[in-house]
Write a protein that binds this ligand. Sequence first.
Ligand code: ZN
Length: 296
Amino acid sequence: MLIAGIFFFLFGMVIGSFLNVCITRIPEDVSIILPGSRCPKCGGAIKFYDNVPVFAWLWLRGKCRACDAPISAMYPLVELATGLLFVAAFLEYGITQAAVKWLFFTCFIIVLTITDLRVRLLPDLVTWPGFAAGLVLSAFVPPSDGFARSLSWRLLHQRLQPHAAGLVDGILGAAFGSFLLWGLAAGYKFVRKREGMGLGDVKMMAMVGAFVGLRGTFWTILLGSLLGSVIGLSVVAGLYLSGWKRGLAERGSRRGLGTANALRWTIASQYQLPLGTFLGIGALAIVYLGPVIGAD
Ligand SMILES: [Zn+2]
């Protein structure tokens, strides 16, 4: 048990190192396979021993060996988080098909969550393959709600074959998730008169839905948007209170655009939140804590 746990942790950190490559390269349309890791500053190739997850960053003290350029703490943090989530998958699902499904899900979610946080993008190169993987994996490990089976029994008086039931559950989740997010986006645009969410969030929820089914999708959106509202309002309030863009607001005020404080509030509320990040955190909470909070 302990040895298996340690194995999952180390394996997760290695995978996390690959996820870092996806996170930094996919938004820039660079191949995730070649070339090997390079320092973004001096372009020097990173030796294999300086590429060891987490530890290399620690013994290099977060700096490139060749040019001393700082290396973002994102790298070791993503590796550590992936390792810990892999352990969580092992503890929750053991060594089963279900564990495989949720490990894949975890990887897709980590890439989307961090990419959205860094560059406010949810790349199609992640969401579409994730959506396809979700449907395939749901055919083998159905989302836990079993909605498709009870629906087909009630409407058609027929028992669905288990693989088909899992697939239909995934499709229902994807349809529900993308439709609800699209509706939220339309509502937001109507109220705030500006684009607040992109199609990326809609596609991300299609992917999440394909993995977690109807009920999990509902909880993910509820949790993600709650988290987004609470943290979003705190960020906006924090920016306002810390005097963010005071100079800009005062210049605007002198030009008669309104009082400086009103302008500062307007500027702060333009801060674009990474909704995909919150949805990702919500989705992981559903998968790993779902049984605990009764959502699974
Ligand atoms: Zn360098």
